[in-house]
Design a protein around this ligand. Sequence first.
Ligand code: DGY
Length: 318
Amino acid sequence: MKVFITHKIPEIAEKLIKKNGFDCVTYSKSAPLTTEKLGKLARNAGGIITLLNNRITREVIDKLPNLKVISNYAVGFNNIDIEYAAEKGIVVTNTPDVLTDATADIAMGLILACSRRFCEADKFMREGKFKGWKPDLFLGPGLKNKTLGIVGAGRIGMATAFRAKAFGMKIVYFGRKRKTEFERETGAKKVSLNKLMKTADVVSVHLPLTKETFHLLDKEKLELLKPQAIFVNTARGEVVDEKYLIKLLRQKKIFCAGFDVYENEPEVNKSLFKLKNVVLLPHIGSATIETRNEMAELAAKNVINVLKGKKPLTPVNN
Ligand code: DGY
Protein backbone atom coordinates (compact mmCIF):
# COMPACT_ATOMS: atom_id res chain seq x y z
CA MET A 1 0.00 0.00 0.00
CA LYS A 2 1.34 3.42 -0.98
CA VAL A 3 1.27 6.71 0.90
CA PHE A 4 1.71 9.95 -1.02
CA ILE A 5 2.94 13.13 0.70
CA THR A 6 2.17 16.26 -1.32
CA HIS A 7 5.18 18.30 -0.13
CA LYS A 8 8.42 17.84 1.76
CA ILE A 9 7.67 17.76 5.50
CA PRO A 10 9.94 16.64 8.37
CA GLU A 11 11.44 13.27 7.50
CA ILE A 12 10.00 11.56 10.57
CA ALA A 13 6.75 11.16 8.61
CA GLU A 14 8.28 9.17 5.75
CA LYS A 15 10.47 7.18 8.15
CA LEU A 16 7.52 6.12 10.32
CA ILE A 17 5.38 5.21 7.33
CA LYS A 18 8.14 3.06 5.79
CA LYS A 19 8.96 1.47 9.15
CA ASN A 20 5.36 0.32 9.29
CA GLY A 21 5.71 -1.50 6.00
CA PHE A 22 4.15 0.99 3.55
CA ASP A 23 5.65 2.55 0.43
CA CYS A 24 5.96 6.28 0.73
CA VAL A 25 6.54 8.89 -1.95
CA THR A 26 6.99 12.59 -1.27
CA TYR A 27 6.38 15.15 -4.00
CA SER A 28 9.51 17.25 -3.70
CA LYS A 29 9.46 19.33 -6.90
CA SER A 30 9.05 23.07 -6.63
CA ALA A 31 6.46 23.18 -9.42
CA PRO A 32 2.98 23.42 -7.90
CA LEU A 33 1.05 20.19 -7.56
CA THR A 34 -1.97 20.65 -9.79
CA THR A 35 -5.15 18.60 -9.41
CA GLU A 36 -4.19 16.68 -12.54
CA LYS A 37 -0.72 15.89 -11.22
CA LEU A 38 -2.00 14.94 -7.78
CA GLY A 39 -4.53 12.61 -9.38
CA LYS A 40 -1.78 10.94 -11.43
CA LEU A 41 0.95 10.73 -8.79
CA ALA A 42 -1.30 9.54 -5.98
CA ARG A 43 -3.48 7.33 -8.18
CA ASN A 44 -2.78 4.11 -6.29
CA ALA A 45 -2.29 5.66 -2.86
CA GLY A 46 -4.17 4.32 0.13
CA GLY A 47 -3.25 7.39 2.12
CA ILE A 48 -2.19 10.96 1.42
CA ILE A 49 -0.66 13.59 3.63
CA THR A 50 -1.78 17.01 2.41
CA LEU A 51 -0.96 20.64 3.13
CA LEU A 52 -3.56 23.32 3.81
CA ASN A 53 -2.97 24.73 0.32
CA ASN A 54 -3.80 21.45 -1.44
CA ARG A 55 -7.46 21.68 -2.33
CA ILE A 56 -8.80 18.17 -1.92
CA THR A 57 -12.05 18.56 -3.78
CA ARG A 58 -14.60 16.01 -4.96
CA GLU A 59 -12.77 16.04 -8.30
CA VAL A 60 -9.46 15.10 -6.67
CA ILE A 61 -11.05 12.45 -4.46
CA ASP A 62 -12.66 10.86 -7.54
CA LYS A 63 -9.21 10.47 -9.08
CA LEU A 64 -7.96 8.40 -6.14
CA PRO A 65 -9.92 5.13 -6.12
CA ASN A 66 -7.86 3.38 -3.42
CA LEU A 67 -7.84 6.24 -0.96
CA LYS A 68 -8.68 5.39 2.64
CA VAL A 69 -7.27 8.36 4.52
CA ILE A 70 -6.52 12.04 3.93
CA SER A 71 -4.21 13.24 6.67
CA ASN A 72 -4.00 17.03 6.68
CA TYR A 73 -0.73 18.52 7.88
CA ALA A 74 -2.61 21.36 9.63
CA VAL A 75 -5.29 21.80 12.25
CA GLY A 76 -7.59 23.64 9.83
CA PHE A 77 -9.14 21.40 7.19
CA ASN A 78 -11.23 23.81 5.11
CA ASN A 79 -9.14 22.72 2.09
CA ILE A 80 -10.81 19.29 2.10
CA ASP A 81 -14.32 18.33 1.06
CA ILE A 82 -14.88 16.34 4.25
CA GLU A 83 -18.53 15.52 3.50
CA TYR A 84 -17.64 13.97 0.16
CA ALA A 85 -14.71 12.11 1.72
CA ALA A 86 -17.08 10.70 4.38
CA GLU A 87 -19.53 9.69 1.65
CA LYS A 88 -16.73 7.73 0.00
CA GLY A 89 -15.72 6.15 3.32
CA ILE A 90 -12.44 8.09 3.43
CA VAL A 91 -11.20 9.16 6.85
CA VAL A 92 -9.94 12.74 7.19
CA THR A 93 -7.56 13.68 9.99
CA ASN A 94 -5.81 16.87 11.12
CA THR A 95 -3.05 17.88 13.56
CA PRO A 96 -4.66 19.56 16.59
CA ASP A 97 -3.01 20.17 19.98
CA VAL A 98 0.60 19.89 18.80
CA LEU A 99 0.45 23.36 17.24
CA THR A 100 -1.66 25.12 19.87
CA ASP A 101 1.19 26.80 21.76
CA ALA A 102 3.16 27.79 18.67
CA THR A 103 0.10 29.43 17.12
CA ALA A 104 -0.92 31.16 20.35
CA ASP A 105 2.65 32.51 20.58
CA ILE A 106 2.29 34.02 17.12
CA ALA A 107 -1.06 35.59 18.05
CA MET A 108 0.48 37.09 21.19
CA GLY A 109 3.54 38.13 19.18
CA LEU A 110 1.35 39.97 16.68
CA ILE A 111 -0.53 41.67 19.51
CA LEU A 112 2.74 42.90 21.00
CA ALA A 113 4.18 43.87 17.61
CA CYS A 114 1.05 45.95 16.91
CA SER A 115 0.82 47.57 20.32
CA ARG A 116 4.52 48.50 20.48
CA ARG A 117 4.93 49.13 16.74
CA PHE A 118 7.83 46.69 16.26
CA CYS A 119 7.80 46.75 12.47
CA GLU A 120 7.64 50.52 12.09
CA ALA A 121 10.41 50.90 14.67
CA ASP A 122 12.58 48.24 13.05
CA LYS A 123 12.22 49.95 9.64
CA PHE A 124 13.09 53.30 11.24
CA MET A 125 16.32 51.80 12.65
CA ARG A 126 17.35 50.18 9.38
CA GLU A 127 16.81 53.49 7.59
CA GLY A 128 19.31 55.12 9.99
CA LYS A 129 16.69 57.47 11.42
CA PHE A 130 17.42 56.84 15.11
CA LYS A 131 19.01 60.00 16.49
CA GLY A 132 18.51 59.31 20.20
CA TRP A 133 15.83 58.63 22.83
CA LYS A 134 12.69 60.73 22.63
CA PRO A 135 9.65 60.81 24.93
CA ASP A 136 7.20 60.40 22.06
CA LEU A 137 9.07 57.96 19.84
CA PHE A 138 6.76 55.16 18.63
CA LEU A 139 4.14 55.41 21.32
CA GLY A 140 1.46 52.76 21.25
CA PRO A 141 -1.39 51.59 23.46
CA GLY A 142 -0.13 49.31 26.26
CA LEU A 143 -1.76 46.00 27.10
CA LYS A 144 -2.05 46.04 30.90
CA ASN A 145 -5.65 46.34 32.14
CA LYS A 146 -6.92 46.33 28.54
CA THR A 147 -9.48 43.85 27.30
CA LEU A 148 -8.66 41.06 24.87
CA GLY A 149 -11.59 39.70 22.86
CA ILE A 150 -11.09 36.12 21.74
CA VAL A 151 -13.25 35.29 18.73
CA GLY A 152 -13.48 31.51 18.91
CA ALA A 153 -12.39 30.10 22.26
CA GLY A 154 -11.07 26.75 21.05
CA ARG A 155 -7.66 25.41 22.00
CA ILE A 156 -5.63 28.16 20.32
CA GLY A 157 -7.99 30.95 21.39
CA MET A 158 -7.80 29.85 25.01
CA ALA A 159 -4.01 29.43 24.90
CA THR A 160 -3.77 33.00 23.56
CA ALA A 161 -5.98 34.22 26.41
CA PHE A 162 -3.71 32.57 29.00
CA ARG A 163 -0.74 34.40 27.51
CA ALA A 164 -2.62 37.70 27.48
CA LYS A 165 -3.62 37.24 31.10
CA ALA A 166 0.07 37.11 31.99
CA PHE A 167 0.34 40.56 30.37
CA GLY A 168 -2.36 41.86 32.73
CA MET A 169 -5.20 41.78 30.21
CA LYS A 170 -8.86 41.08 30.94
CA ILE A 171 -10.51 38.52 28.70
CA VAL A 172 -13.88 38.38 26.95
CA TYR A 173 -14.70 35.66 24.45
CA PHE A 174 -17.22 34.74 21.81
CA GLY A 175 -17.93 31.13 21.02
CA ARG A 176 -20.62 28.52 20.72
CA LYS A 177 -20.04 26.91 24.10
CA ARG A 178 -19.51 28.32 27.56
CA LYS A 179 -16.06 27.34 28.89
CA THR A 180 -16.48 27.31 32.64
CA GLU A 181 -13.02 26.06 33.55
CA PHE A 182 -11.43 28.61 31.23
CA GLU A 183 -13.60 31.31 32.83
CA ARG A 184 -12.53 30.21 36.30
CA GLU A 185 -8.85 30.16 35.41
CA THR A 186 -8.69 33.44 33.47
CA GLY A 187 -11.69 35.41 34.71
CA ALA A 188 -12.90 35.45 31.08
CA LYS A 189 -16.49 36.43 30.31
CA LYS A 190 -18.56 35.06 27.45
CA VAL A 191 -20.17 37.87 25.44
CA SER A 192 -21.97 38.33 22.13
CA LEU A 193 -19.84 39.01 19.07
CA ASN A 194 -21.18 42.57 18.84
CA LYS A 195 -20.32 43.27 22.45
CA LEU A 196 -16.85 41.83 22.00
CA MET A 197 -16.15 43.97 18.93
CA LYS A 198 -17.44 47.09 20.71
CA THR A 199 -15.64 46.64 24.02
CA ALA A 200 -12.35 44.84 23.34
CA ASP A 201 -9.14 46.84 22.98
CA VAL A 202 -7.55 43.89 21.20
CA VAL A 203 -9.45 41.37 19.07
CA SER A 204 -7.84 38.05 18.19
CA VAL A 205 -9.50 35.71 15.68
CA HIS A 206 -9.35 31.94 16.26
CA LEU A 207 -12.31 30.54 14.33
CA PRO A 208 -12.08 27.70 11.84
CA LEU A 209 -13.23 28.53 8.31
CA THR A 210 -16.64 27.03 7.58
CA LYS A 211 -19.70 28.12 5.57
CA GLU A 212 -20.98 29.76 8.76
CA THR A 213 -17.78 31.65 9.61
CA PHE A 214 -16.98 32.97 6.11
CA HIS A 215 -16.90 36.79 6.49
CA LEU A 216 -18.40 36.50 9.96
CA LEU A 217 -16.37 39.60 10.74
CA ASP A 218 -17.96 41.72 8.05
CA LYS A 219 -18.32 45.49 7.57
CA GLU A 220 -21.02 45.71 10.22
CA LYS A 221 -18.91 43.92 12.86
CA LEU A 222 -15.60 45.60 11.97
CA GLU A 223 -17.21 49.02 12.25
CA LEU A 224 -17.84 48.34 15.92
CA LEU A 225 -14.10 48.29 16.69
CA LYS A 226 -12.74 51.04 18.94
CA PRO A 227 -10.51 53.72 17.35
CA GLN A 228 -7.49 52.43 19.33
CA ALA A 229 -8.28 48.76 18.63
CA ILE A 230 -5.72 46.17 17.63
CA PHE A 231 -7.03 43.38 15.40
CA VAL A 232 -5.13 40.14 14.92
CA ASN A 233 -5.93 37.12 12.75
CA THR A 234 -3.98 33.85 12.97
CA ALA A 235 -6.88 31.59 11.92
CA ARG A 236 -8.10 31.92 8.33
CA GLY A 237 -8.24 35.07 6.23
CA GLU A 238 -11.69 34.32 4.83
CA VAL A 239 -13.31 34.73 8.27
CA VAL A 240 -12.78 38.50 7.90
CA ASP A 241 -13.90 40.93 5.20
CA GLU A 242 -10.28 41.82 4.45
CA LYS A 243 -11.09 44.64 2.02
CA TYR A 244 -13.17 46.40 4.62
CA LEU A 245 -10.53 45.87 7.31
CA ILE A 246 -7.97 47.46 4.98
CA LYS A 247 -10.31 50.40 4.45
CA LEU A 248 -10.56 50.94 8.23
CA LEU A 249 -6.76 50.73 8.54
CA ARG A 250 -6.21 53.15 5.67
CA GLN A 251 -8.59 55.64 7.27
CA LYS A 252 -6.86 55.06 10.64
CA LYS A 253 -10.17 54.08 12.18
CA ILE A 254 -8.38 51.39 14.20
CA PHE A 255 -4.85 51.44 15.60
CA CYS A 256 -3.22 48.45 13.94
CA ALA A 257 -3.83 44.96 12.56
CA GLY A 258 -1.62 41.90 12.65
CA PHE A 259 -2.05 39.36 9.86
CA ASP A 260 -0.70 35.83 9.74
CA VAL A 261 -3.37 34.75 7.26
CA TYR A 262 -4.96 36.39 4.21
CA GLU A 263 -8.25 36.15 2.43
CA ASN A 264 -6.82 35.06 -0.92
CA GLU A 265 -3.65 33.21 0.07
CA PRO A 266 -1.08 32.97 -1.34
CA GLU A 267 -2.08 36.30 -2.93
CA VAL A 268 -1.83 39.26 -0.62
CA ASN A 269 -3.82 42.43 -1.21
CA LYS A 270 -1.09 44.83 -2.36
CA SER A 271 -2.57 47.81 -0.54
CA LEU A 272 -1.51 46.16 2.73
CA PHE A 273 2.14 46.79 1.79
CA LYS A 274 1.51 50.53 1.72
CA LEU A 275 0.12 50.68 5.25
CA LYS A 276 2.26 51.48 8.28
CA ASN A 277 -0.31 50.29 10.79
CA VAL A 278 -0.11 46.59 9.91
CA VAL A 279 2.18 43.72 10.81
CA LEU A 280 2.35 41.08 8.08
CA LEU A 281 3.52 37.51 8.58
CA PRO A 282 3.58 34.73 5.94
CA HIS A 283 1.26 32.18 7.63
CA ILE A 284 3.84 30.95 10.15
CA GLY A 285 1.53 30.24 13.10
CA SER A 286 2.79 26.72 13.63
CA ALA A 287 6.33 27.30 12.34
CA THR A 288 8.53 26.10 15.16
CA ILE A 289 10.95 23.26 14.51
CA GLU A 290 9.44 21.18 17.33
CA THR A 291 5.85 21.79 16.28
CA ARG A 292 6.42 20.96 12.62
CA ASN A 293 8.12 17.70 13.66
CA GLU A 294 5.21 16.82 15.93
CA MET A 295 2.74 17.65 13.16
CA ALA A 296 4.63 15.33 10.79
CA GLU A 297 4.66 12.53 13.36
CA LEU A 298 0.94 12.91 14.09
CA ALA A 299 0.03 13.13 10.40
CA ALA A 300 2.00 9.93 9.73
CA LYS A 301 0.51 8.07 12.69
CA ASN A 302 -2.99 8.95 11.51
CA VAL A 303 -2.27 7.46 8.08
CA ILE A 304 -0.62 4.36 9.54
CA ASN A 305 -3.47 3.71 11.95
CA VAL A 306 -6.14 3.93 9.27
CA LEU A 307 -4.19 1.78 6.80
CA LYS A 308 -3.72 -0.83 9.53
CA GLY A 309 -7.44 -0.84 10.26
CA LYS A 310 -7.06 0.99 13.57
CA LYS A 311 -8.71 4.19 14.77
CA PRO A 312 -6.97 7.39 13.68
CA LEU A 313 -5.65 9.55 16.53
CA THR A 314 -7.29 12.79 15.42
CA PRO A 315 -10.14 12.25 12.94
CA VAL A 316 -12.34 15.14 11.83
CA ASN A 317 -15.09 13.46 9.84
CA ASN A 318 -16.35 10.52 11.83
C1 DGY B 1 -3.18 25.17 10.54
O1 DGY B 1 -2.62 24.17 11.00
O2 DGY B 1 -4.36 25.18 10.19
C2 DGY B 1 -2.35 26.38 10.45
O3 DGY B 1 -2.96 27.40 9.76
C3 DGY B 1 -0.98 26.02 9.90
O4 DGY B 1 -0.03 26.77 10.54
